[in-house]
Design a protein around this ligand. Sequence first.
Ligand code: ZN
Length: 257
Amino acid sequence: MQCDFRSSIECFARHGVRKTAVWRDKLEAIGADEAARILNDNGVEAVSFCPGGLLTAADPAKALDDNRRWIEMAATVGAKSMVTITGGLETGDRDLAGARLRALEGIGKLVPDARAAGLRLALEPLHPMICGLRSVISTLADANAILDRLQADDVMGLALDTYALWWDSELERQMERCGARILNFHVSDWLEETRDVRLDRGMPGDGQIDNRRLRGVAEAAGFTGDIEVEIFSEADWWQRDADEVVKTIVERVAVAL
Ligand code: ZN
């Protein structure tokens, strides 16, 4: 069962989960001020705001305006980072190199806004199967290269999602290169017979990703933050009772990570 913002935060509190990422659509439904009150009333902290970015549109002005509003929302709920995905290709656009350039330029323009808001931008590369739909940046090597170009590590960092990156033979070397750039660490599992590359994520322990090993690599590289279990699961976990889902997450973090 998918919850509204208040019932999801109350459910986390019931199970002793005191930190969560907050999702933009849930915040937009009730307003950031109300969301901040709900978090505070339940003793739950927002570690990150998801997702910002989506900067590859042919006319980036609207996207920049949206992002400035989202940065404000994220700061209002006390999030430390805004998870930033580049966006994919617009309908009919086949200029992948151009979209990558717009994403780089757009993120660069948001650096002063994030700095002023006291918030960090966590660039999240996503799986290559959704390059055209959600993220023209697919590998950690490319994400690291963007951060090298921007030279703004006081504001910029990375969100590593094991579901997006686990297949990459360069992953561990690139994670070591990240060091303190790793701001967010997302885990779920890749199901052997996945039915949907975006919306059929498995619970850690149910699939093929060695999440425990990757967590160790992240921590050895300098990551000191919280582990975020991120399950998009339209046909399975989203159909279940919220208390069952959160209880399972708590159990799996203990045994699979
Ligand atoms: Zn993620």
